[in-house]
Every structure is written in structure tokens, then in C-alpha cells.
Design a protein around this ligand. Structure first.
Ligand code: SAM
Length: 167
């Protein structure tokens, strides 16, 4: 599985259904020190090395205000992953876990997410700590860490709904 795209004992692969084009567009590129999955962190750490997130035109203007947030949520496309495993054996010991019970990069739509520490904004480049992806990983999106973000738009009825009416 993850290490070199091999299949391990008891892992189960399927033939994926034909892809539907969701119209994703990569908005940037992530530069990290890691060129091999064998050396990449399994999860980023906020005292890890500084990585660069380059935002492509025409999206650079969309960075306005981002510097106000100490932490950002980054979504990226784990482009070198296989996508066909439903059961995986992370420990390579014959014991398997469902793909959706793992944070493995091997998934039908290989989206990775990390909360990163924002160190600096230099034009169209963000300097961050806390990533765990290979050098050259495509960027899908970035947004403020939800714990730091207060909606700017006025509240609407659904914001006050609870499940207390039995639904
Ligand atoms: N933090 C993200 C998450 O939880 O969604 C990703 C976690 S995933 C376990 C991180 C691992 O994905 C790395 O250790 C590396 O083995 C693998 N990886 C990183 N970048 C990748 C890429 N571009 N393509 C395929 N695999 C990648």
C-alpha cells in the first residue's frame, strides 16, 4: 500500500468505477523537503520544517486577509497514491482496516488535509509548518482553521437549529 504502492497481505483492491469529473482545478503547488514517501512524515507537526505553498494566477488576489489567521487548513491532492484499496494493512501484519477508518493517502479521492501554522506571506507564497506531503503536491484549497474563524455573513435560521425536536 502506502510505502511503494504495493499490495500487502489481506489487503483488498477493487476496480474503481469510471471517474466523474468534479471539475477540480489545482490552485497552487506545495514545496516540501520530502521527495520520497519513506521519509515523509505520516502527519505534519507544527514544529516541523517550513514548507512553501505557491498560489497560481489568477488566484493570488484570493489571499487577501489570510495573514490574519495563525493557522490554516490546507487541502491537497495526493497525486502519487493508488486509489483502489478498500481494506488496508498499515502495519503490514495481515490485519486490515477499512479505508474510511484510516487517514491513509490511499483512498478513492486522495485528498489530504493538514492544519498548518502560518509563518509568513510573501506575495503569492505562504510559508507554513505542519505539512506531510511530497514535494510538488498539487494544492486544492486553503481556508482559515475553523476554530479561528467567525462567520462574517449574518446568522441564518439553521445556525440556531438543534436536534432537540427529535429530528
Ligand atoms: N495529513 C493528511 C491527512 O490526514 O489527510 C495526509 C496524511 S497521509 C498519512 C501522509 C502520507 O501521505 C505521507 O507520509 C506520505 O507517505 C504520503 N504522501 C504525501 N504526499 C503524497 C503525494 N503527493 N502522493 C502520494 N502520497 C503522498
Amino acid at each position: 500500500m502506502v510505502r511503494e504502492n504495493e499490495i500487502r497481505e489481506n489487503e483488498v483492491s477493487i476496480t474503481p468505477p469510471e471517474a466523474n469529473d468534479a471539475g477540480l482545478t489545482f490552485i497552487g503547488r506545495i514545496s516540501t523537503p520530502w521527495v520520497s514517501r519513506l521519509g515523509c512524515p505520516r502527519q505534519g507537526r507544527h514544529d516541523g520544517p517550513i514548507c512553501q505553498i505557491e498560489i497560481f494566477a489568477p488566484w493570488v488576489e484570493a489571499l487577501k486577509g489570510v495573514e490574519r489567521f495563525e493557522r490554516l487548513e490546507i487541502l491537497y491532492w495526493l497525486d502519487r497514491s493508488r486509489r483502489d484499496l478498500v481494506l488496508q494493512s498499515p502495519a503490514n501484519n495481515g490485519e486490515t482496516h477499512g479505508t474510511f477508518a484510516l487517514r491513509s493517502p490511499v483512498r478513492p479521492n486522495p485528498i489530504g488535509t493538514s492544519i498548518v501554522q502560518l509563518e509568513a506571506v510573501e506575495g503569492n507564497v505562504l510559508l507554513v509548518r505542519g505539512l506531510d506531503c511530497l514535494d510538488g503536491t498539487p494544492l486544492i484549497d486553503l481556508k482559515p482553521d475553523r476554530t479561528l474563524f467567525k462567520p462574517i455573513a449574518p446568522p441564518q435560521p439553521g445556525d440556531f437549529e438543534t436536534g432537540d425536536n427529535g429530528t
